[in-house]
Design a protein around this ligand. Structure first.
Ligand code: C5P
Length: 232
């Protein structure tokens, strides 16, 4: 089973408030994206890595690749306006066309583990599409535009969805093609696959696998890195 991971890293990270996109900010001395890529270097489940990033950062990414000895990066592609466009650019490479399973993992989720990547890749092969999700801690309500509650959804039936998300190659490519043809824009890869009518299997996610979005997330990551260094 040939598995390729696409790392979308073309976001500007406006909610984060740093001068550079958050994926390049150093966490415990190492850029967040490098920490993420190091986990994919470690897992035996993935052969190749494709990064979608703004052209302005390609040279820097090449420098990080050699500095940290990242051997699995086989292509850097241009990022798109939306995350979905970034993924589409990566899907059009010959490496993806020759893969059996495609994973997609946000550059800004460095606490993923090698074993979990393997579980998602295997579940994707078995079910066609597999994604991790956590039961939300908060009660989730649907709101109206004028600031009133429209509905309260039963929490045990809801999931907060993470990455990596995994798909058989022919499923994700067909889904992205259909979304592009019909102008559908989803917020994650699974929503594109759902739009195309494929079933998506959900596995329990990992609480620590946070998407670094706000300065508070970053503070927590710094604490966690320090704990890990102490053996925690
Ligand atoms: O902005 P958000 O936190 O949802 O981004 C999730 C991931 O998608 C990040 O790794 C970000 O760099 C990436 N992204 C992208 N292309 C965009 C927007 C976001 O690759 N146009």
């Amino acid at each position: 089973m040939r598995t390729t991971v696409i790392i979308p890293a073309a976001g500007s990270g406006t909610r984060f408030g740093a001068d550079i996109p958050k994926q390049f900010v150093a966490l415990g001395g190492i850029p967040i994206i490098v920490r993420t890529l190091q986990v994919f270097e470690e897992t035996g489940a993935v052969e190749s890595v494709i990064i979608a990033a703004s052209q302005d950062f390609h040279e820097y990414l090449r420098a990080l690749q050699s500095q940290y000895g990242l051997k699995k990066i086989v292509a850097l592609v241009e990022g798109g306006k939306e995350r979905q466009n970034s993924i589409m650019n990566a899907l059009q490479t010959s490496i993806c066309e020759a893969s059996d399973v495609i994973l997609v993992h946000d550059a800004v989720r460095p606490f993923i583990t090698p074993n979990f990547i393997t579980s998602i890749a295997e579940a994707a092969w078995q079910h066609g599409a597999a994604i991790p999700g956590l039961v939300p801690k908060e009660t989730i309500k649907e709101c109206s535009n004028d600031g009133y509650v429209r509905a309260t959804h039963e929490r045990s039936r809801l999931r907060a969805i993470q990455t990596p998300q995994g798909f058989r190659r022919e499923i994700i490519t067909a889904a992205y093609q259909k979304a592009q043809n019909e102008g559908f824009l989803g917020t994650d890869d699974a929503s594109v696959v759902e739009f195309a009518g494929f079933p998506v299997h959900i596995l329990p996610g990992i609480e620590e696998n946070i998407k670094i979005t706000t300065p508070l997330d970053f503070e927590w990551c710094q604490w966690r890195i320090a704990e890990k260094a102490k053996g925690g």
